[in-house]
Design a protein around this ligand. Structure first.
Ligand SMILES: [Zn+2]
Length: 293
């Protein structure tokens, strides 16, 4: 099928670029990130059973920043995105059954739920935004977050450079806290376009917002880590719809867990979080993101 002009061919997420810039200019953020890793490690040694975690609900503010009518996504499209987040984060997504046999037992309900609290619509003269947080400031054609300590702010807008979205990790500046999603990869209807029309760009980016890393650890030489012990070490991002097993970094016989939400595959090829990813999310929700719950 021919692709419409401007549709990204493969997933691209700006989170690590934003993260590296923030680490550079904000030593306090760097210190908080370091402390967070210590908290996760401590929590892991306690042997917490994620199946016993109490479900928590995160209230969501959706900021629609639009220039054209198609970018002004409908309430129905917004609801379709919230529904996907709830399905994926509770492991009720039907495609979880496609998890390869060795990893079926790792498919985990995050015990995080999402509730739409408010939709804000802002007209802009900007044709598109980058990952410089421009969409989060009025002076650059965007809108600041609404009470980011209390709400998960999602911005929906046109993004340039084939970017599907980006997020800010916990512990960063409130003025830019939240998740940005390309209107062409948001929800499951309206302006959402294949292969990113199953709402999983937000599933991935909210994962970052709750402190999950890309499963390849953001280096392409097997040296990086996502700080999650139940996702295999792997070399780099997987794209499209890979075939199991895809072996890299001596991680055979099962290979890369490319069906994890924190890889770069197409929406229909990702369908699981693991127990240890859920633990990381919980430490974020009880620590730097405790205002949400
Ligand atoms: Zn990402």
């Amino acid at each position: 099928m021919p692709r419409k002009k401007g549709v990204p061919l493969r997933r691209s997420c700006g989170t690590m670029a934003v993260h590296m810039a923030l680490l550079e200019k904000n030593p306090a953020f760097r210190a908080r990130q370091f402390r967070f890793e210590q908290d996760v490690a401590r929590r892991r040694t306690l042997g917490v059973s994620v199946a016993k975690l109490k479900p928590v609900t995160v209230d969501v503010v959706v900021n629609v920043v639009y220039k054209t009518d198609v970018q002004n996504v409908s309430d129905a499209q917004i609801k379709s995105q919230i529904a996907v987040l709830n399905r994926d984060y509770s492991a009720k997504n039907p495609d979880r059954s496609k998890a390869p046999a060795p990893w079926k037992g790792l498919v985990t309900d995050s015990r995080v739920r999402f509730k739409l609290a408010k939709v804000r619509r802002v007209h802009t003269s900007k044709s598109s935004f980058g990952f410089d947080d421009g969409v989060k400031k009025a002076s650059t054609g965007g809108v600041p977050p609404l009470e980011p300590q209390k709400y998960l702010n999602l911005w929906v807008c046109a993004l340039s450079g084939g970017l599907l979205g980006y997020a800010q990790f916990p512990g960063g500046p409130p003025a830019t806290d939240g998740v940005v999603i390309n209107y062409r990869a948001f929800g499951t209807k309206g302006s959402a376009e294949a292969p990113f029309n199953l709402g999983r760009t937000a599933t991935h980016e909210v994962g970052h917002y709750l402190n999950l890393r890309h499963i390849w650890g953001d280096t392409e030489d097997c040296s990086g880590s996502d700080y999650v012990p139940d996702t295999p070490n792997c070399a780099g991002p997987n794209y499209g719809t890979p075939t199991f097993p895809t072996v890299t970094c001596n991680n055979g016989p099962n290979g890369d867990m490319f069906m994890n939400y924190m890889d770069y595959v197409d929406d229909k090829a990702m369908f699981m979080f693991t127990a240890q990813q859920v633990l990381r999310m919980r430490v974020a929700l009880e620590g730097p993101r405790s205002g949400l719950i």
